[in-house]
Design a protein. Structure first.
Lengths: 268, 320
């Protein structure tokens, strides 16, 4: 018998390979990423220049690193709140998932993570390369930064998948989760620092942002990879990401079990 | 044959009679389609125009739209959330720009009050277009699932059917954010009111909505080719909306060409505001350019209908 962890790793691989079939889709995503990236460069660079070359600790090179790393992660971190799982809960297909000898939550998150990891290849890396070539950006010095950055990116991606799963299983109670999904999309993108770095927020908004899991999905990985946060504070950010992931996992288990008892499938 | 296609309201439903259907099978072979495009030819359409009253022609669309409105209101909790979320979308988009003004007074020569006005016009016009034609985004789903073929079977123009197949009420909430921003922007800024200022504003809002609607149609036309690459068109539809709320004066030349003229986003906010407030604007561009917003809308629609025609001709059906 295969070890349980091995099974979920195979699901990650399956998700990864599934996405490799949609290269045109990935390329489309890259075009959109790059366009948004250039628009962000225009407005944020203008702001940094207007502020005299430095804006809350960001100079042009660091701003560029923020823009292109966040655009690169956009395809991999799920900030849209959309999943197949939501449809499966709504249509009742999820009943089939409950019949499988797998943990429903772990299987869904594993598959989704695999899909999202794939996006790093056609969307993530090229976005950063485009930014580095067209605009230029600051790069961190040590290999340690890259290693910790990679761990942080992985945690951010898994956390985003775990949170979106939570959104999907709320569907056991409210059937149509569309409204909730849009709400999630708006809040997560803004608070994760997709549009402007959260350190530019006014203090109260910054406090709101850091008390949610959203910066752990995108802002912290970007801060680590760009070398803005190093040393002990960097480790603390990673620990924070891990804590959010653990919380999302536990909540997911609770909701899945409660939802399973509520699920009612009609027909046969 | 054309004579048998006249129907009055009482003779609905708009399906073909049996004999007709036999003459024209619901799917065309490839060679046939080239001779006979799956839309009504111009002469046929104008003939119908004479025989049907406007009301009767509108009736099928009205029925569809009414049903869509009812369906959206049936899941009340979700609809309320939908409205709330859409409101928040607008607010967050405004916040994205406003946050930058915490550190600086002017970006691209514009103050916060002026940017609010640019945002107001751009966001109001985008939301209106989104409400009416935004669901053209769904086209790839129809193409993939093969349900688009059903549209071809109905004796109505394809694009008009697609546009009237849905209407998103939640975008009303979105539009209200834009409208409020517009009003606030008008109050905060020092505007010399007169007939020409009002005319400029009205022109800007009408042409802006038309321009954004054209972008959605352009994207829809390209979906016939992209299918799985739908996100590519997001670059200019949603990227365009993002661009429209910005001062175009910060764009480098490349962006100015793409979002100033090819997809004329600068005409949906920044340029009319520049003319209205008499701002220095983009170096090298004349101050009266804001009056050309209708021309930008016409150009956007030329582009849109070209892409749409091109896409529809390319479409081969989903088999089955």
């Amino acid at each position: 018998m295969r070890s349980p962890v091995g099974t979920y790793l195979r699901l990650v691989r399956a998700g990864f390979r599934e996405q490799s079939a949609y290269l045109l889709a990935a390329f489309g995503g890259l075009v959109a990423n790059a366009t948004f990236g250039l628009l962000k460069v225009a407005i944020l660079f203008a702001t940094v220049r207007a502020a005299g070359g430095e804006l809350r600790g960001y100079d042009l090179a660091e701003m560029s690193a923020y823009i292109w790393l966040s655009q690169g992660l956009l395809g991999s971190v799920n900030l849209t709140g959309r999943t197949d799982m939501a449809d499966r809960v709504r249509t009742g297909d999820v009943a089939v998932d409950f019949l499988r000898p797998l943990d429903v939550q772990a299987a869904a998150v594993a598959t989704d993570t695999g899909r999202r990891l794939f996006a790093l290849l056609p969307r993530g890396v090229p976005s950063v390369v485009i930014g580095a070539l067209l605009v230029g950006m600051s790069t961190p010095g040590s290999a340690w930064t890259y290693l910790l950055g990679a761990v942080s990116v992985l945690l951010g991606i898994v956390l985003s998948c775990a949170c979106v799963y939570l959104l999907a299983v709320v569907g056991f109670w409210i059937v149509e989760t569309r409204g909730l999904q849009i709400l999630y999309m708006v809040a997560s993108g803004f608070l994760a620092g997709l549009f402007v770095p959260i350190s530019l927020f006014p203090d109260w908004l910054h406090a709101v942002a850091v008390s949610t899991p959203f910066p752990s999905m995108m802002m912290y990985p970007v801060d680590l990879l760009s070398g803005r946060v190093e040393g002990l504070p960097a480790l603390l950010l990673v620990a924070q990401q891990a804590a959010w992931l653990a919380a999302a996992a536990v909540l997911g288990q609770v909701l899945t079990r409660a939802g399973r008892r509520r699920l009612e499938v009609q027909g046969g | 044959m054309a004579d048998t296609r006249r129907w009055s309201r009482s003779e609905r439903p708009p399906r073909w009679s049996r004999s007709e259907r036999r003459q024209r099978p619901p799917r065309w072979s490839r060679s046939e389609r080239r001779q006979r495009p799956p839309r009504w030819s111009r002469s046929e359409r104008s003939e119908r125009h004479e025989t049907l009253t406007l009301r009767a022609r509108w009736e099928p669309y009205r029925v569809v739209l009414a049903s869509r409105i009812r369906s959206q209101r049936s899941y009340r909790a979700s609809f309320a959330l939908d409205l709330g979320s859409s409101l928040l979308v607008g607010l967050v988009e405004l916040a994205e720009v406003a946050v930058l003004f915490l550190a600086v007074d002017r970006i691209g020569g514009l103050t916060l009050a002026q940017v609010v006005l640019v945002f107001g016009i751009a966001d109001l016009t985008f939301s209106l277009a989104d409400m009416v034609v935004g669901h053209c985004d769904e086209l790839p789903r129809f193409i993939r699932a093969g349900t688009l073929d059903v549209f071809y079977l109905r004796p109505q123009p394809l694009l008009l059917q697609l546009v009237t197949s849905d209407i998103s009420l939640r975008r009303l909430a979105r539009a209200s954010v834009g409208a409020v921003a517009l009003v606030v922007g008008l109050v905060l800024n020092d505007i010399t009111w007169g007939p020409s200022a009002v005319a400029l504003l009205v022109l800007a809002v009408l042409s802006g909505a038309a321009t954004f609607a054209a972008l959605f149609v352009t994207a829809a036309g390209l979906q016939f080719f992209l299918v799985n690459g739908a996100e590519m068109t997001n670059a200019f539809v949603y990227g365009g909306r993002y661009a429209a709320g910005q001062p175009a004066s910060v764009w480098p030349r490349g962006l100015l060409v793409v979002f100033g003229f090819v997809f004329p986003m600068a005409f949906t906010g920044y340029l009319p505001v520049g003319t209205l407030l008499d701002l220095p604007g983009v170096p090298g561009l004349p101050g009266w350019l804001g009056w050309c917003a209708p021309l930008a809308a016409v150009w956007a629609w030329v582009l849109a209908l070209t892409c749409w025609r091109w896409g529809v001709r390319h479409y081969q059906g989903a088999g089955g």
